[in-house]
Design a binder for this molecule. Structure first.
Ligand SMILES: [Zn+2]
Ligand SMILES: [Zn+2]
Length: 278
């Protein structure tokens, strides 16, 4: 069986260094088998507190060394980039200058001194809405998008991960209306702030791959707004296993085209370049 080479690199994958299920080398060889021109390993940055899904603080050195060594080992077959998914809570726990690529993210919010993950479980979100936000889901989504609006400034990222992660469980267990004026006002305000930074927005297929959603991040209305603002995009699978590398990228490219885009970015050894959407 021959596999058509992909035109898109995958710029968001995880390995055993954080919460992925495969080694970095297994992810790279799977990407080569899938015909990808580029793969960016982007494990979760460490947190200043105990957390089981991020990289351990003392593993950062081994991580950067291993990815660089693997990039050299496979350089004739694929461009491997050393990345990190930098959470806004990780400031000072990684050196932005050490990475080819930083994808910035907000995974947690803190309200009334209580920190919670927005993407861990529907029960956690429901409890946060009911117990911390007085039953007002839009107070939570306002806080989330305000935090996301600062992600480039705080993490020094070039790419913004899963922009509307806060809606991860909302398709199957709706708590808010993603077309409501209040939700959209907060989201679009964040998009305007982020567009001014020149960072790329990720079209992320991870929640679809894992069955949480039928629609990629960001939602069509928000991705269309990003295009209207002159923003540019890149594709990421947020894959935690070899099988989901570049998950549905052709479909995600068609989705982006339907939202108005004529190209997606990919990373080459000379920096970001356009891949036209046909
Ligand atoms: Zn993430
Ligand atoms: Zn991720």
């Amino acid at each position: 069986m021959s596999i058509l080479p992909s035109r898109y690199g995958d710029f968001h994958v995880h390995t055993l260094y954080s919460d992925g299920a495969a080694t970095a080398e297994d992810m790279i060889t799977a990407a080569i088998r899938a015909g990808l021109p580029a793969l960016c390993i982007s494990d979760h940055s460490p947190f200043p507190f105990e957390c089981d899904w991020v990289m351990k603080k003392n593993a950062v050195g081994a991580y950067t060394e291993e990815i660089k060594a693997l990039a050299a080992k496979y350089k004739d077959k694929i461009n491997v980039f050393l990345g990190i998914e930098a959470d806004v809570l990780s400031v000072g726990l990684y050196n932005p200058d050490d990475y080819d690529y930083i994808i910035g993210a907000v995974h947690c919010l803190t309200k009334n001194g209580v920190r919670f993950d927005v993407d861990e479980a529907v029960d956690i979100n429901n409890r946060a809405i009911d117990e911390l936000y007085g039953g007002d889901p839009y107070a939570l989504t306002d806080d989330y998008f305000e935090a996301v609006s600062k992600v480039v400034d705080i993490t020094k990222c070039k790419v913004i991960a899963h922009f509307d992660l806060v809606a991860k469980f909302n398709e199957r267990c709706p708590r808010f209306d993603e077309s409501s004026p209040r939700y959209l006002a907060a989201a679009k305000e964040a998009l305007r702030t982020l567009a001014a930074t020149g960072a790329l927005l990720e079209v992320n297929t991870g929640a679809v791959a894992r069955g949480f959603k039928k629609v990629y991040y960001p939602s069509p209305e928000l991705l269309t707004e990003w295009h209207r603002l002159g923003g540019e995009i890149i594709l990421g699978s947020d894959s935690h296993s070899t099988e989901n590398i570049a998950f549905k990228f052709d479909d995600a490219a068609a989705y982006a085209k339907a939202c108005g885009f004529k190209a997606v970015k990919t990373m080459s050894l000379n920096g970001f370049i356009d891949v036209p959407l046909m």
